[in-house]
Design a protein. Structure first.
Length: 360
């Protein structure tokens, strides 16, 4: 289901994205061998050193995280899957292994697992905070509510600051109106940044590319966390309608929903419908492999892509895949998109026009 814009505008967007992809492809293979022996530690706008994990330059290709000064690996760790469960030992093992392997960006949220995600990341951050760029989120749209969430997040994460604090899953005009109101969440983000509690400000979303495009046109966010995968082109495409705006603004762009909790994967066997969340229930297996899912997202001109992992083996496999990345050409990308058309409902269960059918 293609949405919005005339054919000329779509051609212009494709040309713009194509040019950005060409730049990404030209630098995709760079590892430590193409960098100075001691890569400089980035600094934020106040001159403070950014987190630094030197192993990243041997582990995988790296890209600039917008204009933050941080050089990030193309694969990063998301704070869902096992990290948001009660299995604290495995969660901590996954976080530690990710950092050991060079991962230098971890994303979480105050709402993940009812707070378990931040609680499981915290014990690792207590000892390894300086090695990773740490991002969390507020789902509250108000100033007071967001400030309370920030205080709780910092305690759970056992740190005195975040590298990025993000507005979580902004979906509608009502959300943006609340966020930008006099007592809205944006005031909390600005206060926390001005006081040095957070370094950078971000916005995230899965639902409507046009709402997010309006938001980044309205406010100079440092980063954008956007949901896309090989099914993206078939329903309110973030690649077509949001990515060009973010690239033009030189925002740090992070991809998510790479494999949609495994539902994109041909190896996934759907459990009985009664055991699946209604919003994601399906009888269909996926259509592509994890390697194809990652390579597809890596081939799009974004800074990094986050994915949750269920165990240490998965983090090892994902980092290995990132280390072997070579960009897909347009023909391969198109073939993957075509294969995913039949699983668009499970691959983009969170997208406008799909999740709404479940709600109604």
């Amino acid at each position: 289901m293609a949405q919005g814009g005339n054919s000329q505008n779509q051609l212009d967007r494709r040309a713009f994205i194509g040019a950005a992809m060409a730049v990404a492809s030209a630098t995709a293979g760079r590892t430590a061998s193409a960098l100075p022996e001691s890569s400089p530690i980035g600094k934020d706008s106040k001159g403070r050193p950014l987190p630094y994990n030197p192993r990243i330059f041997e582990a995988m290709p790296t890209r600039n995280l917008g204009q933050t000064g941080h050089r990030v690996g193309i694969f990063s760790l998301g704070g869902q899957a096992v990290i948001e469960t009660s299995d604290r030992d495995v969660a901590e093992a996954v976080v530690n292994k990710a950092i050991d392997l060079g991962v230098n960006y971890i994303d979480t949220a105050s709402s993940y697992g009812g707070g378990k995600s931040e609680q499981n990341i915290g014990p690792v951050m207590k000892h390894r905070r300086g090695e990773v760029y740490l991002a969390s989120k507020t789902h509250d749209r108000s100033y007071d509510g967001s400030m309370r969430l920030l205080e709780t997040s910092l305690k759970r994460l056992q740190t005195d600051h975040l590298d990025c604090w993000q507005l979580h899953n902004v979906q509608t005009k009502q959300h943006t109106d609340q966020i930008f109101a006099k007592d809205g969440a944006i005031k909390a983000l600005e206060k926390a940044r001005d006081e040095g509690i957070v370094r950078f400000l971000g916005i995230t979303g899965h639902y409507d590319p046009f709402i997010l495009a309006e938001a980044i046109n309205r406010y100079p966010f440092d980063t954008l966390l956007m949901a896309f995968n090989a099914a993206d082109k078939h329903q309110y495409s973030f690649i077509d309608h949001l990515l060009p705006v973010a690239l033009e603004k030189k925002i740090g762009i992070i991809g998510m929903k790479v494999a949609t909790r495994g539902r994109m994967l041909s190896t996934w066997t759907p459990p009985p419908l009664s055991e699946q969340p209604t919003r994601m229930a399906t009888r269909k297996p996926g259509a592509i492999t994890m390697r194809e899912s990652l390579f597809y997202n890596f081939s799009v001109p974004v800074s990094t892509n986050i994915a949750g992992c269920d165990n240490v083996q998965q983090i090892e496999e994902n980092v290995k895949t990132a280390s072997e990345f070579t960009p897909y050409n347009d023909a391969v990308m198109a073939r993957l998109e075509a294969r995913c058309k039949s699983i668009v409902n499970q691959g983009l269960y969170f997208r406008k026009g799909i999740i709404d059918r479940v709600k109604s």
